[in-house]
Design a protein around this ligand. Structure first.
Ligand code: CP
Ligand code: NVA
Length: 299
């Protein structure tokens, strides 16, 4: 059976912890400049229907470091853009490469693609989940503070794809997620419900942040929601992660953001650029965590 990585629920908690540990090791190997071409001769296809800086660069650099090769395929330049069915594209490309990384809108499209692929398909973000981000975020927490099990994390802002992956992470890594969103912008109740006690909505950003070990946010208008930007900006008033909110957290609380960030909107400059912010480590760890994932799926 081909293993895909469409959400964090495609791995067991044990496998996820192993991936995080391996990411830490691969980071050290790279720092020592030791060759690690464990996937020599492998090739990776990247199909991105949305913009990307971190995900694209980290996958392309990562596979190169592992001795493989990547192909960035803009949908408009594929026959996909002229109406060739997604499933046919999956059947064809998966006979030629070793893994396929996809960033698209509907999660169902990704699942349909994966169902016809002979090789592992990796979710590089859909409107529903962003699991690769969470591998890097878990690695970052472990590096700064140790095990996240038993900790309390505050999600403040939009109940979006990244939030929904944090909900899955809470289940899989054993921490508690408190979610503060404006009314009508909460995560999918089904995803939330499946997490049981691991994740729960709270009434205010203050309630989420009080005593939290980590505060996380993301843009208020995700890719595809550009036309809702103003409406959302009004609805999200009071949800900016600022210094006052960080004051009520645990004394050693960290701040995370998957980036790209909008300073003065979902996060204040003095928080994202301040001493508790680990956003640059999170971004770098995309490289190491995804290399661990590629090794796991391909080696
Ligand atoms: N965090 C993240 O996925 O960034 P990109 O959109 O730049 O890939
Ligand atoms: N929620 C954001 C994440 C970007 C990495 C989006 O989907 O645009």
């Amino acid at each position: 059976m081909t293993r895909h990585f469409l959400s964090l629920l495609d791995c067991t908690p044990k496998e996820l912890r192993m991936l995080v540990e391996r990411a830490v090791t691969l980071k050290a190997i790279l720092r020592r400049r030791e060759p690690h071409e464990y996937l020599r001769g492998s090739s990776l296809a990247l199909i991105f229907e949305k913009s990307s800086t971190r995900t694209r660069v980290s996958f392309e650099a990562g596979i190169t470091q592992l001795g493989g090769n990547s192909m960035f395929l803009a949908p408009a330049e594929l026959q996909l853009g002229r109406g060739e069915p997604l499933e046919d594209t999956a059947r064809v490309i998966s006979r030629m490469v070793d893994a396929i990384v996809i960033r698209t809108h509907e999660h169902a499209k990704l699942a349909a693609f994966a169902s016809q692929s002979r090789v592992p398909v990796i979710n590089a973000l859909t409107d529903r989940f962003h699991p690769c981000q969470l591998l890097a975020d878990m690695q970052t927490y472990f590096e700064h503070r140790g095990d996240i099990a038993g900790r309390t994390v505050a999600w403040i802002g939009d109940g979006n794809n990244v939030c929904q992956s944090w909900i899955n992470a809470a289940r899989q890594f054993g921490f508690t997620l408190r979610i503060a969103t404006p009314p009508g912008y909460g995560p999918d109740p089904e995803i939330l419900g499946a997490a049981g006690d691991a994740a729960r909505p709270v009434a205010t950003p203050q309630e989420a942040a009080t005593g939290a070990d980590l505060v996380v946010t993301d843009t208020w208008a995700s890719m595809g929601q550009e036309s809702e930007k103003e409406v959302r900006a009004r609805a999200f008033q009071g949800f900016c992660v600022d210094a006052r909110l960080m004051e009520i957290t645990a004394p050693d609380a960290l701040f995370m953001h998957c980036l790209p960030a909008y300073r003065g909107v979902e996060v204040a400059s003095d928080v994202i650029d301040g001493p508790r912010s680990v956003v640059w480590d999170e971004a770098e760890n995309r490289l190491h965590a995804q290399k661990a994932l590629l090794e796991f799926l391909l080696a």
